[in-house]
Write a protein that binds this ligand. Structure first.
Ligand code: F6R
Length: 593
């Protein structure tokens, strides 16, 4: 909702700051019109408002009283009000409503104190002192005109990663920020500070103890993967990457002995065998992937699986034992709600396995085992290819547990994996044959005020995902229900021309779902049906329009059923003139609670 930069170079009296409300393009245009000075270091920030409305003043960077120090900040500083009052009594004035400005003024004060004490500036030390005084979640980056060759960062609960270049170094919330310049990255752990110059990176804890050997890794995708590459939008591109996302997530899972492999496992086989309950923690789309996992894992492994929104789980005193496996699903690997829930689970002695799309992110780093979804970077805010990859990874996990616990025969596991390997081809078929019909349906329904998504069995979580996509990017009210639930209340919402999207891809429940569709039609609903090839003729008798997906093993069907729903939301949003990649009020990575 706003963006800004601060630049520092030798000889500057004050940090050069420019910031603008609105899209990043506003800032870019402003700087093109009125260029900023050349500089040796810079910090830049895009804001998602937490404290104070989005305007030029509240945008970051914020500066110290004398303008010599500037900071940018992600997170929420919980003791900002008290710190602000303390500074106000000392005569400090504030121009913005943000917690970040409080940290900036305080950092200025600490920096002056250090100069007084030692005779020279020491931004690294000042940032560490600041970090020890702040409560809440933060990643801070700071620059000081008196040390124009360094940027200093510190993190507590919010993400920060270093990019290691040749004669230049970078800091970012995630690797996408700098992957165009370098693929070598360094992890910054919880409660660590980092000082970066063109040729040096020094990491310490908040007390100043140097971390001798910070972990580095190489990013496994190219900058081009995070570019539009000829597509009109990232969302369209990413929907078309659904088949590849599934394929890459399955790659190399089966070794020559027919055993399934995860990416990182720090749980011994004995503990895995002893697991008697699974709790999936996740938010939004990732939680719907977890609901799909429940159906498959309970069926294959025969142990109970609960799915819980991470922010609810954390504060509810859930029953956790060393025999509970908590599965944290997250595309970004930085969702604060999920991270906090994961930490809670580990404190209670449970093991945590992460299903994550981002290498080196906080969630996989803090988990006991990791299964990466190799979907490649997802840029559009609405999650699409990550969802199909998450479901795929959850299937792999289910089969892995079935293997470890001996709940399925080896050939049965291998056969299911084979069916999974056929999913990319089937998804491609949906994209190739159904897109035109989806587009026509969307254009016909573009003015609808409200949608009702219905599904049964594994179709239910897919219905939830379809409804979420539509709310998120097209700003249309949409709800999802298990089709059988309608008669227990929501059917009273149905009136002439209510739009119902009915998912009838679970073969054994086709007739029951059609009975529900007939009930809706009898009350005036307009129905878009989704079913498998075998029922293509049947569904036409009930629905006003229909979309077809190939038939698969019933538990694997969600990977196919969701594809036309992603495209449907995309085309409705497009027809309504919405920005499909950057819907209002949303951020890609939700790093606040
Ligand atoms: C929906 C969407 C969100 C995310 C949720 C969790 O399209 O993108 O609902 O799924 O915020 O994010 P991750 O998976 O990064 O933890």
């Amino acid at each position: 909702d706003s963006a800004g930069v601060a630049l520092t170079a030798p000889g500057m009296e004050r940090v050069a700051v420019r910031k603008k409300a609105g899209r990043l393009a506003n800032l870019v245009q402003d700087i093109e019109r009125d260029p900023m000075p050349d500089a040796t270091v810079g910090i830049g920030h895009t804001r998602w408002a937490t404290n104070g409305v989005p305007n030029d003043t509240n945008a970051h960077p914020h500066t110290s009283r004398d303008g010599k120090v500037a900071i940018i900040h992600n997170g929420i500083i919980e003791n900002a009000s008290q710190l602000r009052l303390d500074l106000q009594t000392e005569g400090y004035r504030f121009v913005s409503e943000t917690d970040t400005e409080v940290a900036a003024k305080l950092l200025g004060k600490i920096s002056d104190k250090i100069i007084e004490e030692t005779g020279k500036p020491d931004l690294f030390k000042a940032v560490r002192r600041l970090a020890r005084m702040l409560e809440g979640a933060f990643t801070i980056l700071a620059t000081d005109v008196r040390q124009p060759d360094i940027v200093v960062g510190a993190r507590h609960d919010s993400p920060l990663v270093v990019g290691l270049g040749e004669g230049e170094n970078f800091l970012g919330s995630d690797v996408a920020a700098f992957v165009a310049y370098t693929k070598r990255a360094m992890e910054i752990d919880q409660d660590q500070a980092v000082m970066v110059s063109a040729d040096k990176v020094v990491v310490s804890d908040f007390m100043g103890n140097i971390v001798p050997d910070p972990k580095t890794y190489t990013v496994d995708w190219d900058a081009s993967a995070a570019e539009k590459g000829g597509w009109d939008s990232f969302m369209d591109k990413e929907i078309h990457e659904d088949p590849a996302a599934v394929q890459r997530t399955l790659l190399g899972r089966l070794d020559e002995n027919g055993n399934i492999n995860l990416d990182e496992v720090r749980i011994d086989e004995h503990d895995f065998k002893a697991i008697d309950k699974i709790i999936v923690i996740a938010c939004g789309t990732a939680a719907y992937a977890g609901m799909v996992a429940k159906y498959a894992i309970e069926h294959w492994v025969r142990i109970p699986v609960e799915v819980e929104l991470a922010h609810e789980f954390r504060y509810r005193d859930p029953i956790l034992t060393p025999r509970t496996l908590v599965v944290a699903i997250s595309q970004s690997g930085e969702t604060m709600d999920t991270l906090m829930a994961l930490r809670h689970a580990r404190e209670q002695g449970s093991k945590v396995l992460a299903i994550c799309n981002t290498q080196g992110a906080s969630i996989p780093r803090e988990s006991d085992a990791v299964l990466y979804t190799h979907a490649g970077p997802e840029v559009a805010v609405a999650s699409t290819k990550a969802f199909v990859a998450q479901i795929t990874a959850a299937y792999v996990l289910g089969l892995y547990l079935a293997q470890v616990k001996g709940a399925m025969y080896r050939d049965e596991i291998a056969q299911t994996l084979e069916s999974l390997k056929d999913m990319p081809r089937k998804i491609q078929w949906v994209l190739d044959t159904q897109t035109k019909t989806v587009q026509e349906a969307a254009e016909q329904m573009v003015d609808a005020k409200s949608f009702l998504f219905l599904g049964r069995h594994v179709g239910y979580p897919v219905a939830m995902e379809g409804a979420l996509k539509l709310k998120e990017i097209a700003y249309v009210h949409s709800e999802a229900y298990p089709a059988g639930e309608l008669k227990h209340g929501p059917i009273s919402l149905i009136e002439e021309e209510t739009l119902v999207v009915a998912l009838a891809t679970v073969e054994k429940l086709f007739d029951k779902t059609m009975a529900n569709v007939r009930e809706d039609k009898a009350r005036g609903a307009h129905v878009l049906g989704v079913t498998t090839e075998d029922f293509a003729g049947e569904i036409e008798k009930y629905a006003d329009r229909s979309l077809i997906v190939p038939k698969a093993h019933p538990l694997l069907q969600p990977s196919l059923t969701v594809i036309p729903l992603q495209a449907f939301a995309y085309y409705i949003a497009l027809a309504r003139g919405c920005d499909v990649d950057m819907p209002r009020n949303l951020a890609k990575s939700v790093t606040v609670e």
